[in-house]
Design a binder for this molecule. Structure first.
Ligand code: CP
Length: 328
């Protein structure tokens, strides 16, 4: 994957996954995002970094946060943004994904933002572009199947950096349906790379994948143990749309055993923050009073997503002037 995502001198070519990206590159994205915060919040006007570039949003799966914040980020950077309506596109007539990509390249696309139910769809597109010798077009993975959601992992880490500063002192718990979660995989990749020393992952046995044990995290099936003394609680959505079979007996029982309630949250540090990538299932993985309570930073996560996506666009658009990442 490294040769696909990074140029030989360590610059970002595509963003498919956070796995294998060097810490220096993640920190570079955060520093760039810092510089875009005022633009993302409309405190200052647009910047022209992507003027003349065409960004194609291709969302083959539903989205509210990711699609909209990618669109806002591209617009703040002065790009031309094209949102292909997949439901009314020729995909519905059977046109293949790669034929669609070829046709959009013929319309002078510069960047594709891809969300797809199939794990590996963005990799397939990046490989296809490479085989055709199309080097100036970048692919940004906006979530593929269970595989990865790299900009979500980045914006989550950026949110933690905003509220807690030093990754190397933190205890963080990721809780819920990890098995079906591309977000959890990207969060784990980011937080281990950034040096979080105590990263706990908790959920029912049916919803934790076996490969977690090799990912440098502490795995537990005890919610209270996961929450004890943590600085950050990252809740995950119960992803019913990706479940094939029965993983839980009922959502009521899931809430009873795994839902984050005010009572359970008392086990975390008094100043702990509560995060969730959204969309939230109120009363299932998280009680409304916690989602809307003073520990919650769920909506700031969404806002930080604009600056993070601006930073990723800027790096991809301007490889020539970017400081090369320390490609260790
Ligand atoms: N967090 C996230 O990916 O949300 P959307 O599905 O609304 O984009």
């Amino acid at each position: 994957m490294r040769h696909l995502q990074l140029t030989p001198d360590g610059r970002l070519r595509h963003l498919i996954t956070l796995e294998g990206l060097p810490e220096a590159l993640l920190q570079r994205i955060f520093t760039l995002a810092d510089s875009f915060l005022e633009v993302s919040a409309r405190a200052v006007k647009k910047v022209p970094l992507l003027r003349g570039k065409s960004v194609f949003n291709l969302f083959f799966e539903n989205s509210t946060r990711t699609r909209t914040t990618f669109e806002i980020a591209a617009a703040r950077l002065s790009a031309d943004v094209i949102n292909l309506n997949i439901a009314t596109s020729s995909t519905a007539k059977g046109e293949s994904l790669l034929d669609t990509i070829d046709n959009l390249c013929a319309m002078m696309a510069d960047m594709f933002v891809i969300r797809h139910a199939a794990s590996g769809a963005p990799v397939l597109i990046a490989q296809h572009l490479a085989q055709r010798g199309i080097e100036h077009v970048s692919v940004l993975n906006a979530g593929d199947g269970r595989h990865a959601h790299p900009t979500q992992g980045l914006l989550d880490a950026y949110t933690i950096r905003h509220y807690k500063r030093d990754f190397e002192r933190l205890s963080i718990a990721i809780i819920g349906d990890v098995l079906h979660s591309r977000v959890a995989r990207s969060e784990i990749a980011a937080l281990t790379t950034l040096g979080v020393p105590d990263l706990r992952v908790a959920g029912p046995k049916t919803l934790l994948p076996k490969e977690l044990t090799s990912m440098g995290v502490l795995v537990t099936h005890d919610l209270d143990e996961a929450l004890e003394g943590v600085d950050v609680v990252m809740m995950l959505r119960l992803q019913n749309e990706r479940m094939r079979g029965s993983f839980i007996s009922s959502t009521a029982e899931y809430h009873e055993c795994w839902g984050l309630t005010p009572q359970r949250l008392k086990r975390a540090k008094p100043d702990a923050i509560v995060m969730h990538p959204g969309p939230i299932n109120r009363g299932v993985e998280i009680a409304s009073s916690v989602a809307d309570g003073h520990h919650s930073v769920i909506l700031p996560q969404v806002t930080f997503g604009i600056a993070i996506r601006m930073a990723v666009f800027a790096l991809l658009a301007d490889r020539a002037v970017d400081t090369p990442a320390n490609a260790a």
